[in-house]
Design a protein around this ligand. Structure first.
Ligand code: NDP
Ligand code: 2IT
Length: 455
C-alpha cells in the first residue's frame, strides 16, 4: 500500500485519499463517513502545510494502533448462556493514554467503534488535556435485563478487558448503555482482578474516586458551547426554544442547563418516539424523566402519559418550530431532509451532544444556511474533559469541589470555542466550526506524532 506522503509537487486529493481508506477498511460505512468529514477540512490545510503529512502521517493517523476483539460469555437468570462480542479500539496515544467510552448497544460493531475512536482523538486533543483516543463496547443490549444480568455481563466483559487497560495505558468511561451503574460493576471487577484501586476508569461514583460534575459534564458543556457561539451574534440562550433528542445522560443534563439559563426545552425522545411540550418542559417534569430513565428504566412515552403531552410515536424532534437544536441520542439521527426541516422551522443553531448525529449531507445543509453549527467533537468534549479532570484528581488523591470542577469545565469549553474560531474563520469573517475543530484538533496530534517518529 502506497504511503500518502505529500511532496512539494503533489497535493493529496480527497477522492484518492478516500478511495484508499475504503479499500483498506471495507464494509465500515460509519468509519468512512467520519474520516471523510475530517479529511475534507484537513487535506486542504495539509496541502498548504506540507510538513504535517511527512512520514506517512495521514496513513498512520487513520489506522488504529490496536483493535482488541474478544468473547463475552454470560449466563442469564434462566441459566441460558449468551455470547456477545466485546471490543476495544486503541486508536492513537500520541498525546496521552488511550481515553474514551464504552458503548453497550445492539448496533455496536467495528465500524461504529472505529468512527467513535477516530473522532475521540481530535476531541481529546481539543480539550487541552493529555488524552489519546479510544473507544470500546459490546453488541450487548442492556434493555430488559435484570440487575444481576447486567452485573454478570459487566464482570465478564472486564474479565477480558482488564489486561489491556491501566491508568497510564488506557482509561475507559461510559457512553450509550454504560452509565454509573455499569461503571461501578466494571470497576469492581477490575479492582478484584488487579488488586489495585487506581483511576483506570472514569465516571466512577463519588464514594470511590469519581469527580463531581462528571455526570453533568457532557450536557452542560454542550450548552456552554452554544452560549459561546450565540455570543458571537450578540444573542443569549434566554427564551430560546430548544429541541433536545434522546433522554439519557447527555440529553438530561443538556435540558437541565438550558432550563437554568432561561431557555425553553420543547422535546425529549428515545428510540420509540418524541415527547413535545409546547409550553416548555419544567424542572418538575425533568425530575420525573430522570427518575423514569435512570431508576425505573422506562420509556419516554410514559412521560407523555403522565403529563398529558403530545407523543409523536416513531418520530424524531426535527419537524418542530424552534430556535436551537441539541441532538443528544446517536449517530446519523439528522439526515439531509431533517437538516432542511430544521432550517425551514427557524433553527439558527445546532450543538451536537451526540457523536456524529448529523450525516455529511445534513452538515452541508447547515453550512449552506450559515447557521451556528458545532460538531460533536467540539461541542460534546466537556464529558471527556471532565473525565480528564477526574484522572487528575485520582492522581492527586484529592477531590475538587463542584464549583472548582464546573469552573474548569466552563473554561475548557470557552477555550475550545476560541480554538475553533481561530482555525475555522472564513474569508468573509464567518466561522466554520467543523473546519476549526478538525484542524485545531489535528495540528496538536500531528506535531506530537512527528516528534515521536515513525512508531
Ligand atoms: P444513554 O445511553 O444515556 O442515552 C442514549 C439515548 O439515546 C437514549 O434516550 C436512547 O434511547 C437514545 N438512542 C440510543 N441509540 C439510539 C438509536 N439507535 N436510535 C434512537 N435513539 C437512540 O447515552 P448518552 O446520553 O451517554 O449518549 C448519547 C450520545 O452522546 C451518544 O452519541 C454518545 O456517544 C454521546 N456522548 C456521550 C458522552 C457521555 O459522557 N455520556 C460524552 C460525549 C458524547 P433508547 O433508550 O430508546 O435506546
Ligand atoms: O464520546 C465521549 O466523549 C464519551 N463517551 C466520554 C468519554 C470519556 O472518556 O469520558
Amino acid at each position: 500500500m502506497a504511503i500518502l506522503t505529500k511532496s512539494k509537487s503533489k497535493t493529496i486529493d480527497l477522492k484518492s485519499f478516500m478511495d484508499n481508506i475504503r479499500q483498506r477498511n471495507p464494509n465500515e460505512p460509519e468509519f468512512h463517513q467520519a474520516v471523510e468529514e475530517w479529511a475534507e477540512c484537513v487535506l486542504p490545510y495539509v496541502n498548504e502545510n506540507s510538513k504535517l503529512a511527512d512520514f506517512g502521517l495521514l496513513e498512520r493517523i487513520t489506522e488504529p494502533d490496536r483493535v482488541i476483539s474478544f468473547k463475552v460469555t454470560w449466563m442469564d437468570d434462566q441459566e441460558k448462556v449468551h455470547v456477545n462480542k466485546g471490543y476495544r479500539v486503541q486508536f492513537n496515544n500520541a498525546i496521552g493514554p488511550y481515553k474514551g467510552g464504552l458503548r453497550f448497544h445492539p448496533t455496536v460493531n467495528l465500524s461504529v467503534l472505529k468512527f467513535l475512536g477516530f473522532e475521540q482523538i481530535f476531541k481529546n486533543s481539543l480539550t487541552t488535556l493529555p488524552m489519546g483516543g479510544a473507544k470500546g463496547g459490546s453488541d450487548f443490549d442492556p434493555k430488559g435485563k435484570s440487575e444481576t444480568e447486567i452485573m454478570r455481563f459487566c464482570q465478564s466483559f472486564m474479565a477480558e478487558l482488564y489486561r489491556h487497560i491501566g491508568p497510564d495505558k488506557d482509561v475507559p468511561a461510559g457512553d450509550i448503555g454504560v452509565g454509573s451503574r455499569e461503571v461501578g460493576y466494571l470497576y469492581g471487577m477490575y479492582k478484584k482482578l488487579e488488586n489495585e484501586h487506581t483511576g483506570v476508569i472514569t465516571g466512577k461514583g463519588i464514594e470511590y474516586g469519581g469527580s463531581l460534575i462528571r455526570p453533568e459534564a457532557t450536557g452542560y458543556g454542550t450548552v456552554y458551547f452554544m452560549e459561546e457561539m450565540l455570543k458571537t451574534k450578540d444573542k443569549s440562550l434566554k427564551g430560546m426554544r430548544c429541541l433536545v433528542s434522546g433522554s439519557g445522560n447527555v440529553a438530561q443534563f443538556t435540558a437541565e442547563k438550558l432550563l437554568e439559563l432561561g431557555a425553553k426545552v420543547l422535546t425529549l425522545s428515545d428510540s420509540d418516539g418524541t415527547v413535545y411540550c409546547k409550553k416548555g418542559i419544567t424542572r418538575e417534569m425533568l425530575d420525573y424523566v430522570m427518575d423514569l430513565k435512570n431508576n425505573r428504566r422506562g420509556r419516554i412515552s410514559e412521560f407523555a402519559e403522565k403529563y398529558d403531552l403530545l407523543y409523536l410515536k416513531d418520530e424524531k424532534p426535527w419537524n418542530i418550530d424552534c430556535d436551537l437544536a441539541f441532538p443528544s441520542a446517536t449517530q446519523n439521527e439528522i439526515n439531509e431532509k431533517d437538516a432542511q426541516a430544521l432550517i425551514d422551522n427557524g433553527c439558527i443553531g445546532v450543538a451536537e451532544g451526540a457523536n456524529m448525529p448529523t450525516d455529511n449531507d445534513g452538515i452541508k445543509v447547515f453550512q449552506k444556511a450559515k447557521i451556528l453549527y458545532a460538531p460533536g467533537k467540539a461541542a460534546n468534549a466537556g464529558g471527556v474533559a471532565t473525565s480528564g479532570l477526574e484522572m487528575s484528581q485520582n492522581s492527586l488523591r484529592f477531590s475538587w469541589t463542584r464549583e472548582e470542577v464546573e469552573k474548569r469545565l466552563h473554561q475548557i469549553m470557552c477555550d475550545i470555542h476560541a480554538k475553533c474560531v481561530e482555525y475555522g474563520k472564513n474569508k468573509d469573517g464567518s466561522v466554520d466550526y467543523v473546519k476549526g475543530a478538525n484542524i485545531a484538533g489535528f495540528v496538536k496530534i500531528a506535531k506530537a506524532m512527528l516528534a515521536e517518529g515513525v512508531v
